[in-house]
Design a protein around this ligand. Sequence first.
Ligand code: NAD
Ligand code: TYD
Length: 355
Amino acid sequence: MQKNILVTGGAGFIGSHVVRRLIQNYPDYNIINFDALTYAGNLENVKDIEHAPNYTFIKGDICDANAVQQALETHQINTIVHLAAESHVDRSITDPLAFVRTNVMGTATLLHAAKQFWNGNFNDKLFYHVSTDEVYGSLGETGFFYEDTAYDPRSPYSASKAGSDHMVMAFYHTYHMPIVISNCSNNYGPNHFPEKLIPLSINNIINKKQLPIYGKGENVRDWLYVIDHAAAIDLILHKGKIGETYNIGGHNEWTNIDLIKLLCKQMDEKLGNAAGTSEQLITFVTDRAGHDLRYAIDATKLKDELGWIPSVTFEEGLSKTIDWYLNNSEWLQKVTSGDYIKYYEAYYKGSSKNL
Ligand code: NAD
Ligand code: TYD
């Protein structure tokens, strides 16, 4: 079947890898990238495929019902892969309503527009919602998140993503809209905006700036290489069961402090620094409010049902990621000028972090 796929948030970190993968693997599909180009959206992320014959970019806001409706109609969209979101926990603490607007209202607007456009004919239609493991809340030192773990979001970001997941499920149960949801752990890799831990630290090491670690650095995250996430999304898009949720994770838990020490070691080797140079930049700062202790995904369902496993070890993925940033200094310089400086100064040098 000819697929006309609207990918929302395709100029962002994960979305750009999803768009590239779909463009390259399925030349007969039409891929429409619908993105508002917020501070996190960057057309440089998809520059290499912008002239592909099966690619179209639309600058649009998912909260704008008319713009969404027009995109659906113009391109006869039968599949939506929804990634557009406000995605940074720290920003959600500063400005929660922006997260409610985009993540809850935006998702509801998109669902409603799709329902109207598809008008009850759900044959060969799919609304694929990309979500996060953070909706499950915070784990103690043991245990994992399963697909049936009760939602227990604790930050404005995770609460807004949980709200969006519930809306998607509501459209499935109430209107029988064909949906699928995946909840993934922390991603890392090329094109990651340097407000998140790994790219922020890479940028700071390059610039010999302090590495802000919240609290004691004991919080644990499960890290997945973004290209492996894109592969999982591709698989679920084609083989996932309607109405189901799939957890995606890296089987790869690290405390923040151990992760940053590994990053420092790899960067010292690549930059030709003496061993231990970058570790001296580590600076413990005021903890994040409501900081979730640990996330860990059990991705057995995805492995058993669809055969997905991550393709790279963390050491390999991190090394490739550092190489990408070192080879794309222009990209990094562009995204860390202007508003980024204001954000960084206000957030880290202000009283909330005391860097
Ligand atoms: P990102 O912040 O890098 O990119 C978000 C993209 O959405 C940007 O291109 C931005 O311009 C666009 N966008 C924002 N608001 C919009 C709006 N109102 N209308 C249209 N476009 C808008 O985010 P990311 O890290 O690539 O995350 C993508 C999705 O994956 C999100 O839904 C996020 O919740 C989810 N997710 C992220 C991670 C992670 O570790 N980054 C992990 C699991 C799930
Ligand atoms: P982040 O990359 O923001 O992802 P998330 O909050 O969605 O997990 O943060 C990853 C971890 O790193 C989290 O425990 C918070 C911590 N962190 C720091 O210690 N310092 C920082 O400057 C940032 C951005 C995050």
